[in-house]
Design a protein around this ligand. Structure first.
Ligand code: FAD
Length: 397
């Protein structure tokens, strides 16, 4: 293999490129990215960078000279629009083609957007540096921010906006925030956390219309209420970026379909990060994970597979979110859990376990780092639900 192309210049892509060099690959490595910046880190965009502004030198995943030092050619501001797997060529938006012998697909995900209507004001989303700067510009003290969606990104923006002195209302379709990701018990803890910090969360409610009103907007909710907003933002999930693969033979279905070693339906093509949907033998299911650690680990593993050193990727997913003084850490899988046990639940701390098929599958720990390490091991070692220590008080299942 002489030439490896990595499409997607972010977390998974950079770690794939780095792993190729670490494993002694001496051929050409080209990193192709649609964004105009060198690869940067996204988690600060909803947290400290939204408060203090974006300093690229602090957000950059690698120093600018790292790319030349490692003989990695960057094609920044260049989007792949098609893939010709028969001729092993990537079609780029400037009409040129980039050849490859091996290909890493690392195009990540993009925020879902609400359908726009004629008189609607802009609804901000948050994925890129540009989004973060645009939103920051509008988050002025005393303004009213209305957020649509109480998922992780929405809740982080809410906490940051409160820190900046805005009034915040969140409209959420579910019974509680984070209900779909973590269940109602854990979601209710986050609802209380935000209420304590002055955020109003309107649950079991959707936004029916958004209309421009002066510099701001007026939203009509499904419960009949109208809400005035100075700024409207949405965090309603993300979708994998795969349309450039249409017709290429690389199979996709809610992500790029991968085998357990992250290889795809086309030889010489692997995928990693938010875009990859793979069979995880530890959970015996196909999953797609939109979290930082997964993108790092998969980027590396996909590179190994391309070099013929592939093995099953069965890492325990890990995710963190920081809101106010709550440091939440999650390991494993919560979706499809048949049992939920809340072991600690007070203003300071939260510890809850998720189980399925008699095994511990996931754990959420807020301000409880020691428990997290213990449960991560239990999930990795497939410990039985009844053997995790003191008997949980079962409230689900
Ligand atoms: P992405 O980061 O999505 O990068 C994909 C790259 O590919 C992008 O640069 C994109 O422009 C480029 N691209 C897309 N299509 C093309 C194309 N056709 N041609 C060329 N390039 C293309 N995770 C956590 O675990 N904890 C957190 O606290 C946390 N906070 C977050 C906060 C925010 C605001 C966001 C947006 C994400 C957060 N995440 C967090 C998630 C984490 O950042 C992602 O899981 C991670 O960025 C995924 O990396 P990736 O490389 O797979 O994809």
């Amino acid at each position: 293999m002489r030439r490896i192309a990595v499409v997607g210049g972010s977390l998974a892509g950079v770690h794939a490129a780095e792993a190729l060099r670490e494993r002694g690959f001496e051929g050409d490595v080209t990193l192709i990215s649609a964004e105009n910046e060198l690869p940067y880190d996204r988690p600060p965009l909803s947290k400290e960078a939204l408060i203090s502004g974006v300093a690229m030198e602090r957000l950059g995943l690698r120093a600018p000279e790292w790319y030349a030092d490692n003989a990695i050619t960057t094609r920044i501001g260049s989007a792949a629009v098609g893939l010709d797997t028969a001729r092993r060529a990537i079609l780029l938006d400037d009409g040129t083609r980039a050849g490859y012998d091996g290909l890493v697909i690392a195009t990540g995900s993009r925020p879902r957007r609400l359908p726009s209507t004629e008189n609607a004001p802009p609804v901000q989303v948050l994925r890129s540096i540009e989004d973060s700067l645009r939103l920051r510009e509008r988050l002025r003290p005393g303004r009213h921010l209305v957020l649509i969606g109480a998922g992780f990104i929405g809740l982080e923006i809410a906490a940051t906006a409160r820190h900046l002195g805005l009034d915040v209302t969140i409209i959420e379709v579910g019974q509680v925030p984070l209900g779909r990701a973590l269940g109602d018990e854990v979601g209710s803890w986050f609802r209380t956390l935000h209420a304590r910090n002055g955020v109003e969360i309107v649950c079991t409610c959707t936004v029916e219309t958004i209309e421009r009103q002066g510099e701001g907007a007026v939203l009509t909710l499904s419960n009949g209420r109208t809400v005035n907003a100075d700024v409207v933002a949405a965090g309603v999930g993300a979708s994998p970026v795969t349309e450039w693969l249409d017709g290429s033979g690389v199979q996709t279905a809610n992500g790029v379909l991968c085998y357990s070693d992250l290889s795809t339906s086309v030889p010489g093509v692997v995928a990693a990060g938010d875009v990859a949907r793979w069979y995880n033998p530890l959970f015996d299911e196909e999953i797609r994970v939109e979290h930082w650690t997964n993108a790092v680990e998969q980027g590396r593993r996909a590179a190994h597979t391309l070099l013929g050193e592939g093995e099953a990727f069965s890492a325990v997913p890990y995710f963190w979110t920081d809101q106010y003084d709550a440091r939440m850490r999650f390991v494993g899988r919560a979706t499809a859990a048949s049992e939920v046990a809340v072991k600690e639940f007070d203003d300071e701390r939260l510890v809850a376990l998720y189980g399925r098929d008699g095994l511990v599958r996931g754990a959420v720990c807020v301000n409880a780092p020691r428990e997290l390490a213990r449960y991560r091991t239990a999930i990795r070692d497939q410990v039985r639900w009844d053997d995790v220590g003191e008997a949980p008080s079962r409230i689900g299942g």
